[in-house]
Design a protein around this ligand. Structure first.
Ligand SMILES: *Cc1c(COP(=O)(O)O)cnc(C)c1O
Length: 391
């Protein structure tokens, strides 16, 4: 990217990663150079750190409505997803079937596809034009062969929320293990694992204002799971390796902040998201919303601008310091339209011009209004240049 004149970023790419909250940063600062002990050590110096890790575990558990002993700290959301899937299959060696969806994050989808290469039966449930599942299709696929059902709580590209509690009930009734990738949901919508049939749940620190490189796998008490990382006795032998102490403490603080401000913050974020979305839909030519309107994360909007290239839109937005995403960060770089939009049957000419804006508690109305002011003209310019616009 060209190093042009410095502009303050207008960061609307919070589903890719978030800034670390100031409160989180302050909380973890002492754990680098002063309180750097190993929580596994027997001496008091390490013990102080161990106590802080324990507090972090309690804070995560409080946000999720589970027991601290059900929280395993991992290295990232991807590791949590991999562990949930591989660890369940290893615990049920006689079951050879996995059910997932076509719109999962690559941290789930790539694992499932590799397992398919190794001889597992993998069923990828379809979604409709609005990105929603047909639960009858799930019911029809559940059988004694099914080791695991893994379905995301909310989609990272469109924000569409799946009816996870209902899905978990159905899976539990039929005797399979249920995992959900809740990386995008935690902190944005209420989750109460105490009243849930979810067996395994993944989350990631850097999607909720904690540092990168820390995640959680919730493992419901009594759930069979073969550990993925072997070595020391950390995490009660369920995930070996010296803990990412600052990351864990930061994640605990971030969960605390999310819980304290939950309603206010998400209402405010949703109001700004709606302001952005409504105005872009009105003022931009060829704009179409991707994903069902109501059952969506409060911070996400995914809009297609027909006949223009998403990458071109991003480059022009970049001149104003606006950071957004076309498709998902993981798939951009290739010219293939996003697998999520393709699964939804979004026409090729629209999928290519899709932009995801994802807001956070730090997003301001001025920032949203700047996008509303600039984007319609950008779309007009690009449509004039587009060979695809019907003349
Ligand atoms: C970001 C993300 C992940 C991966 O989490 P990392 O901590 O970056 O590995 C997994 N699933 C979803 C839905 C995500 O948005």
């Amino acid at each position: 990217m060209e190093p042009s004149k410095p502009v303050k970023p207008i960061y609307l790419d919070n589903n890719a990663t978030t800034r670390v909250a100031d409160e989180v940063f302050e909380e973890i600062r002492p754990y680098f150079c002063e309180l750097y002990g190993n929580p596994s050590s027997m001496h008091l110096f390490g013990g102080q750190v161990g106590a802080k890790v324990k507090q972090a575990r309690e804070r995560v558990a409080a946000l999720l409505g589970c027991r601290p002993g059900e929280v395993i700290f991992t290295g990232c959301g991807t590791e949590s997803d991999n562990t949930a899937i591989q660890g369940t299959l290893a615990a049920y060696p006689n079951r050879r079937k996995i059910i997932t969806t076509r719109v999962e994050h690559p941290a789930v989808l790539a694992v499932c596809r590799e397992l398919e290469n190794r001889g597992y039966t993998v069923v990828e449930l379809a979604v409709d034009r609005e990105g929603q599942l047909d639960l009858a299709e799930l019911d029809a696929e559940l059988d004694e062969e099914t080791a695991l059902v893994t379905i995301m709580y909310a989609n990272n590209e469109t924000g569409v929320i799946f009816p996870i509690e209902e899905i978990a009930r159905r899976v539990s009734e039929r005797g399979s293990v249920f995992h959900t990738d809740a990386v995008q949901a935690v902190g944005k919508i209420p989750i109460n694992l105490a009243e849930s049939e979810i067996d395994l749940l993944s989350l990631s620190g850097h999607k909720l204002h904690a540092p990168k490189g820390v995640g959680v796998l919730y493992v419901r008490k009594g759930t069979r799971l073969t550990p993925f990382m072997l070595g020391g006795h950390q995490e009660h032998g369920r995930r070996a390796g010296t803990e990412n102490v600052p990351g864990i403490i930061g994640l605990g603080k971030a969960c605390d902040l999310a819980q304290a401000a939950f309603d206010v913050e998400n209402k405010q974020v949703k109001a700004l998201r709606d302001r952005l979305e409504t105005n872009l839909m009105i003022h931009c030519q060829g704009a179409m919303l991707n994903g069902v309107k109501d059952k969506r994360l409060p911070n996400t909007t995914n809009i297609s601008f027909e006949f223009v290239e998403g990458e071109a839109i991003l480059l022009m937005l970049n001149q104003f310091g606006v950071c957004a995403s076309s498709g998902s960060a993981c798939t951009s770089g290739s010219l293939e339209p996003s697998h999520v939009l393709r699964a939804m049957g979004v026409p090729f000419t629209a999928a290519h011009g899709s932009i995801r804006f994802s807001l956070s508690r730090y997003t301001t109305q001025e920032e949203v209004d700047l996008v509303v002011e600039k984007l319609p003209a950008i779309i007009n310019r690009l449509r004039v240049l587009s060979p695809f616009v019907p003349k």
